[in-house]
Design a protein around this ligand. Sequence first.
Ligand code: G1P
Length: 289
Amino acid sequence: MIRKAVIPVAGLGTRLLPLTKALPKEMLPIGDKPVIEHTIRELVESGIDDITIVTSARKDLVQRHFAPDADLERELRVAGKDDLANAVAELSSLAHITYLYQRGPYGNGTPVLNAARVIGDEPFMVLWADDVFVAEVPRARQLKSAYEATGAPVLALMPMAVEDASRYGVPIVEEDLGGGRLRISGLVEKPRPEEAPSRYAAIGGYVVTPGVVTELEAATRRWQENPEGEIYLTDALHRHATANPVYGQVIDGTWYDTGSPLNYLRAQFAAALADPVHGPELRKLARES
Ligand code: G1P
């Protein structure tokens, strides 16, 4: 049973600078919501509402977005704007969110290990807040079902063009089990296209088990003895996969990697076109331009 999730947000968002100098990339809007709100709603819709956000001091806007604001609510009610007051109130009761400040070596394995110390001895989901999905069944629910069926770590995957391999973790596929489920025996982080072991990209959604956390702890110990490089979740999953079952789940849905400028624009464009009020007018404008 997966009850908890971790969202690391402490990254610098360098691919979108200078836009992300003051504004955390997780707070960039897609449609009428910041990226991280889409991620949190996805988790809640998938039955996971105990969420740890691993953050840094420069990302305090994330915290403010989900914090209660009694003054704002009261003013809106006095002004007769109950709908808006309810929307503001709903944000702070969406999920049980705990914030942790990231501590430790660089790399995306560190926030996962920070959170694991608080979560304890149970499997949990990790989502990067810059991969957004439009899917009939939320990505987090698809991952959760894969874990329930296998009892092993699971990675969210999407088919990719081989020339994109150097941007992603690429799984070594051992067996195709049907229904988008693959047994994998390892992962190569950002390989050159000619060395890519498959045509799938790991896309920032993982079910992490205590065995994977043990690998992250070992990686951190090695780093403390010899502080070189970064601690990657992909490396821990790879090491775990060499001796234990690990699965990939190809996600059914449309994926927007909002950390890249073009894909961020595509996500905004798709959300604008899907807007029930303004979508039809925007569609007309897009055709005319
Ligand atoms: C991280 C992971 C990589 C994964 C990617 C998905 O890389 O290390 O394995 O494919 O997220 O978005 P980053 O994008 O942080 O460089």
